[in-house]
Design a protein around this ligand. Sequence first.
Ligand SMILES: *Cc1c(COP(=O)(O)O)cnc(C)c1O
Length: 405
Amino acid sequence: MRDFDTIFKSELDKLHSEGRYRVFAELVRHCGRFPRAKRLTAGGEQDVTVWCSNDYLGMGQHPKVIEAMKDAIDHCGAGAGGTRNISGTNYCHVLLEEELADLHGKEAALIFTSGYVSNWAALGTLGARIPGLIIFSDALNHASMIEGIRYAKCDRVIWKHNDVADLEAKLSAADPKAPKLIAFESVYSMDGDIAPMKEICDLADKYGAMTYLDEVHAVGMYGPRGGGIAEREGLMDRITVIEGTLAKAFGVMGGYIAASAALCDFIRSFASGFIFTTALPPALAAGSLESIRHLKASQIERVRHRERVRKVRSLLDQRGIPHMPNPSHIVPVMVGDAAKCKWISDLLLDDFGIYLQPINYPTVPKKTERLRITPTPLHSDADIEHLAEALHSLWSHCALARNVA
Ligand SMILES: *Cc1c(COP(=O)(O)O)cnc(C)c1O
């Protein structure tokens, strides 16, 4: 019998030697006290402030969301009880899909168990089922989109990130008769930059392509009703498929697409990742529904969030801590070295009670290792000052480069 564990261990050793072996911080989130959490370690417990959560607006602890989830459990029980097709479709799912279609100004929506699954299933099915489809994919698209396109086994063309000239060159070089789809994101999660959406829509029109937009980091956050960047820019009607998550700004879990009734019915009817898996628990659907409804009407969270982001940036600037300029809510502080990045992150946690997970390869390219700060409306002035001071002292400690004021 071969010793398979030696294979696993030698692969893991490579990760260790490259300084990119992932270690999870074990946290207990305190409902009502986010972004505060308790960290469990071998040595005991530690109170920490979380600075890297994708629960961007703190909706994961919003009283309305919690109450809706409790109500749903009391009424419907814990799980959905089946796939959507076989006894798993609950009225909460139907209401949620109607709400999502309305949020994005589309005829229909279809929910999945995660954003990852929604990208994988939707792109995979479009690519596999539309004969001759060519997918034009932005070079920095999320792993879930890449996996969906791979699974589709259709022709794919990678265009330079956010580069419309390169996209046009590639569209014009392709067979004019082939059906085409342009897949991209609005807010890119690691650099926080935003796609030139109007120009991409113009090219889609010119070359007769569909558009597929991942708005995962923008739904709930941008646009007057939280419909995302496409809503803010008035472009929702020019996007064929809008994909989003219920797990980031909406604070719960699940993913979805919003599109024409025919397209959603097509994915519903052919996507393996939709058909052959148990439906989302009704409580998750009910909590998401409440969160979406709340953020459609309320601006307080978005306004406060933008103000907090500005405050973080300005305190970093005062101390010359280099962060990537971008027009979004994501504040990447560049370190550029995997080991240093991990070391800073460990010290922030152990000495300052600041939890900021290092972002290393392959999530970002080598030499662009960073700390990805995601301020929330619930971080106080004191939290922000503490973060900036901690980074200031570690920057001196590690002799890291600063921006000159
Ligand atoms: C997080 C993420 C997803 C996946 O969403 P989940 O709901 O967490 O599975 C998809 N696309 C992008 C760009 C993401 O960052």
